[in-house]
Design a protein around this ligand. Structure first.
Ligand SMILES: [Zn+2]
Length: 226
């Protein structure tokens, strides 16, 4: 008999950490709950032994936006500064998303119509950045990851976004992969390289695939920032 073991990231609430009430910069009303990703040793895909903590972040209990831990410091800033930070995080999120989706869609050497449509939908969701995102899309379409351009967008995102938001970026990119029905081995390898570029362990791959299965992609196009 085969024994299948591995690791996966599981999200937990940090029980002894105070909730930041009515503080969500996205919906202005939600409570921010302290969360962490912990890596678990799994046997037959069932988590059995908790391993290290991968990342800590805050998540809104209302709109589900996820924030980097430094949101606590950010909340002490003025309304204007918070808005500016949010705007910047949104721009970084959008650029990383379009760059990785485009890269994913050309990696198999065939840029399909459905893939283009998925990417255009995302770009249309960020009206004020439309031109900039189109330029990134065209650039990555031609140059792929030349000079690490795609990875650079991801590592920029790593500095401002939470692990939850980063995984959402990659889960959205994976939708492009699944547009043709299956994930090829080289596509899986690329996803793992993306995780590493985002500062996350490659074992989070399973977490990412789980996310893809559970959800509602439309949610990813909004929020989930910082
Ligand atoms: Zn919220």
């Amino acid at each position: 008999m085969f024994i299948i073991f591995g690791t996966r990231g599981i999200k937990h609430t940090v029980n002894d950490s105070p909730v930041l009430s009515n503080s969500c910069p996205n919906c202005n009303d939600g409570n921010l709950v302290h969360k962490l990703y912990r890596r678990w040793f799994t046997l037959f895909f069932i988590p059995v032994i908790p391993l290290d903590v991968v990342d800590r972040f805050y998540q809104c209990d209302r709109c589900k936006s996820a924030y980097n831990e430094n949101i606590k410091t950010v909340l002490q800033q003025s309304k204007q500064e918070i808005d500016e930070n949010q705007k910047r995080a949104k721009q970084i999120f959008a650029k990383a998303l379009v760059a990785s989706m485009t890269h994913m869609s050309i990696i198999d050497g065939d840029f399909a119509k459905e893939e283009e449509r998925e990417i255009m939908d995302v770009i249309e969701g960020f009206v004020e950045m439309r031109e900039e995102l189109m330029a990134i899309h065209e650039d990555v379409k031609v140059n792929a990851n030349k000079d690490n351009r795609v990875f650079n967008y991801l590592s920029e995102a790593r500095n401002v976004l939470s692990s939850e938001a980063l995984i959402n970026v990659l889960a959205q990119a994976a939708v492009v992969l699944l547009a043709d029905g299956s994930i090829e081995e080289e596509e899986e390898t690329l996803m793992k390289e993306y995780l590493i570029a985002c500062g996350l362990p490659k074992e989070m791959y399973q977490t990412l695939i789980d996310k893809l299965k559970q959800k509602d992609m439309s949610k990813l196009k909004e929020g989930q920032l910082n």
